[in-house]
Write a protein that binds this ligand. Structure first.
Ligand code: PLP
Length: 394
């Protein structure tokens, strides 16, 4: 048996990126390396790439989640936030940590994102935001959801950590919500070692998040008039040390920004390869055995989602065994491990039976797998893997 040697991600920080770091480090002595010029430049180019006015680089995608929900609390007050049952832990943790009640919604199997009709059903007068995750490259938005949220004045936060470059109606995901989040963890479309981005068109949110990122300090805001207004109101305080919010230190380093700037140049090209790979994967899987009907328009992932058509535990074991045997790294339950409501941190809050109410995510939990899709993945390996999977006996 010839192994496929197929990790979840490969070469996501390239020689070129490291050379850019070395060049930067060698350029002069006495480097400080904390957030500075390169961070600002990366934020600017990222905003241009995405098509928004403002972006704030932080030290992880989870930090981006937390600071975004903090901004929602600051602007709209406490209440409920509608969240998916399939997402990364920090999407739910941020909601809980900020004092909101998470209200869960099952997924649409064709997008893996929240079922938009169910989202609308869960809206109450207490709803303060919808925090939606675009799962592994698939757009989770519909025009109806966007229209309804706008009509009801409910802010949308988009988690695009797994889907950047993907579009809805030709427009990039992350430009529809009031705030959007991105992760630059190694396994994602781009990596800055660790890192995350918060993007928005709202200048108030932008200023707030800049302060949240650095201890709530007013001097970290961009607006001179905002700083002046605090100084006028608090003349007893040293202007260098005015803390507007009880916040965090989630600053990035210059090294992350230098890598990000180098990576951004390759992002669109890499994403084209990834989309082509997905097409090959879905076209060659046996649709009697595996789900192949996804809403792929505008999709852009860094991992294939393999979903068994039938809830067959023995067949799932066979699939996992063969993936291991061929050296294909995978994650059962997809990236967040499946149904978040089964996790101990949530059972303490919602009880031990709540997870049963979300049948679509339950299927993914046991019969959904994620497999790497990186730009240097050889096409012939995708055909080989599809053959191997298609020849498995149920
Ligand atoms: C949807 C989603 N949101 C947030 C995160 C958190 O990002 P990070 O790992 O950079 O903290 C991840 C995962 O890595 C994710 O997949």
């Amino acid at each position: 048996m010839k192994k496929l040697n197929w990790p979840l991600m490969k070469n996501n920080i390239s020689r070129e990126d490291l050379d850019a770091v070395i060049k930067f480090l060698k350029a002069r002595d006495d480097l400080i390396l904390t957030q500075g010029k390169n961070v600002r430049e990366f934020e600017k180019l990222w905003s241009e790439w995405l098509g928004v006015k403002y972006s704030v680089l932080v030290n992880s995608g989870s930090s981006a989640n937390l600071l975004s929900i903090l901004a929602i609390r600051e602007m709209y007050g406490l209440g409920e936030i509608i969240v998916p049952s399939l997402t990364w832990v920090s999407d739910i943790a941020s909601v809980i940590q900020c004092g909101f009640k998470p209200v869960f919604v099952d997924i649409n199997p064709r997008t893996l994102g929240m079922d938009n009709e169910l989202v609308l059903k869960k809206i109450t007068p207490r709803t303060k935001a919808v925090f939606l995750t675009h799962i592994l490259g698939y757009n989770a938005l519909s025009q109806k959801l966007l229209d309804e949220l706008r009509a009801r004045k409910i802010p949308l936060v988009e988690d695009v950590c797994e889907s950047y470059g993907a579009t809805f109606k030709g427009r990039k995901l992350g430009t529809f919500g009031l705030i959007s989040n991105f992760s630059f963890y190694y396994a994602h479309h781009m990596s800055t070692i660790e890192g995350g981005m918060i993007s928005t068109n709202d200048s108030n949110i932008y200023e707030m998040v800049r302060m949240f990122r650095a201890h709530g300090m007013v001097r970290e805001a961009g607006s001179a008039s905002l700083k002046a207004s605090y100084q006028k109101k608090y003349p007893d305080l040293n202007p260098d040390f005015i803390f507007a919010y009880p916040a965090y230190n989630m600053r990035p380093t210059e090294i992350s920004a230098v890598i990000g700037l180098s990576q951004l140049k390759r992002l669109d090209g890499n994403n084209k390869v990834r989309s082509k790979n997905l097409e090959i994967f879905l076209q060659n899987l046996d649709s009697n055995m595996y789900q192949t009907e996804f809403e792929t328009e505008g999709s852009c992932n860094y991992a294939f989602v393999l979903i068994l058509r039938q809830p067959n535990p023995l067949f799932a074991e066979k699939v996992m065994k063969v993936l291991r045997a061929y050296g294909v790294e995978f994650r059962r339950g997809t990236s967040g491990g499946g149904n978040q409501l089964r996790q101990p941190y949530l059972r303490k809050i919602v009880g031990d039976r709540e997870y049963k109410k979300y049948p679509n995510v339950e299927h993914i939990h046991f019969y959904g797998f994620y497999i790497g899709n990186y730009p240097t993945l050889e096409t012939k390996k995708i055909y080989e893997l599809c053959d191997i999977l298609n020849n498995l006996k149920k």
